[in-house]
Ligand binder design. Structure first.
Ligand SMILES: NC(=O)c1ccc[n+]([C@@H]2O[C@H](COP(=O)([O-])OP(=O)(O)OC[C@H]3O[C@@H](n4cnc5c(N)ncnc54)[C@H](OP(=O)(O)O)[C@@H]3O)[C@@H](O)[C@H]2O)c1
Length: 296
């Protein structure tokens, strides 16, 4: 748990209207708020990306998602289809330009277009800066920052050709707060936030919007130690929320974040671009002030 309390970082205040989009019903192929939309999700084999792929499919979208773990990807694809959704898994590594191009172009061939891209794939490293090797730095930067750049580089031409689209990048509340032992990770999350701001200006006039979502601490494999049993993790997670999530006092579920992504993607927010929206239970809105014991 030590690492986790140190890692419990991130933060912000959710734009009030964003949670207004109702959770979609399962199995909505051809029906629902996103019926007819073609969606791409990077890193859809687990966690936030998986939850978001499921939520878009349940809301009627046709969803192409990628990741490196083929067995998991196939499981997610099967389970979405069994629930009545339309999803296709592509094996892809976002660090590799050719692999990203195969995913993006293959998904466009499969579903005809890309209306919404959720560029989410990411990894985290927890270590003090001087303990991070150049190879580890490269891996985190190549996944979290270069991977987002590569996905956008291939998605945007399709969107421009179609007259519009919406790119949503999964940054982190780590883009707006610093935390010890996360310098490499936070640097990548600030990098993609900057990418979003400038890209929004480059493509807005041509109908392509670009926004970032900044999740807070979310219950996924990224923060859960692999060796903890469920009961221990539930206790640790409750403490993590109490200690670090100043507003809502609980850690997010992947579905909490997926719902916010769908809300952001909805046409109701069609005037939003270049934004970085924290969805973090209030972490960045304010840190508690702990007072030292004073003599009475
Ligand atoms: N959990 C949190 O507290 C939190 C908070 C803020 C932001 N985020 C962000 O949320 C995103 C998703 O993370 P998560 O929390 O859902 O953790 P997760 O369950 O570990 O998911 C990470 C996803 O990224 C994919 N991925 C990693 N490296 C990849 C690569 N080289 N090529 C293709 N896909 C790759 C993984 O798929 P494969 O392993 O199959 O490739 C997996 O689907 C990350 O960008 C993370 O920084 C998480």
């Amino acid at each position: 748990m030590g690492d986790h309390s140190r890692r419990a970082v991130l933060g912000g205040a959710l734009g009030a209207g964003l949670v207004a989009v109702a959770a979609p019903a399962a199995g909505a192929r051809g029906r629902g708020a996103f019926a007819g939309k073609a969606v791409q999700v990077t890193g859809g084999t687990s966690g936030i990306g998986e939850a978001t792929a499921r939520a878009f499919a349940a809301a009627g979208a046709r969803v192409a998602f990628c990741g490196r773990r083929t067995a998991l990807g196939r499981d997610v694809e099967r389970s979405i289809r069994a629930a009545g959704g339309d999803a296709t898994y592509f094996e892809a590594d976002v660090r590799d330009p050719a692999s990203v191009q195969r995913f993006v172009d293959g998904a466009v061939r499969r579903y005809g277009r890309v209306d919404i891209a959720f560029n989410n794939a990411g990894v985290q490293i927890t270590a003090r800066l001087h303990e991070v090797t150049p190879e580890q730095w490269d891996d985190v930067v190549n996944t979290n920052a270069r991977g987002v750049f590569l996905a956008m580089r291939h998605q945007i031409p399709h969107m421009l050709a179609a007259g519009g689209g919406h790119v949503i990048v999964n940054s982190s509340v780590g883009a707006v707060v610093g935390r010890p032992n996360l310098s490499t990770y936070q640097a990548t999350k600030q990098a993609v936030r900057a990418l979003v701001q400038s890209a929004a200006l480059e493509y807005g006039a041509e109908g392509v919007r670009v926004n970032a979502i900044l999740p807070g601490i979310t219950d996924t494999a990224m923060i859960r130690p692999a060796n903890l049993d469920d009961a221990t993790w539930e206790r640790a997670k409750a403490a993590l929320g109490q200690l670090n999530v100043d507003g809502l006092k609980r850690v997010a579920t992947p579905t909490d974040i997926a719902r916010a992504v769908l809300a952001l993607a909805s046409d109701e927010l069609g005037y939003l671009t270049g934004a970085a929206i924290p969805v973090d239970g209030g972490i960045a809105a304010g840190r508690r002030m702990l007072l030292p014991e004073l003599p009475s």
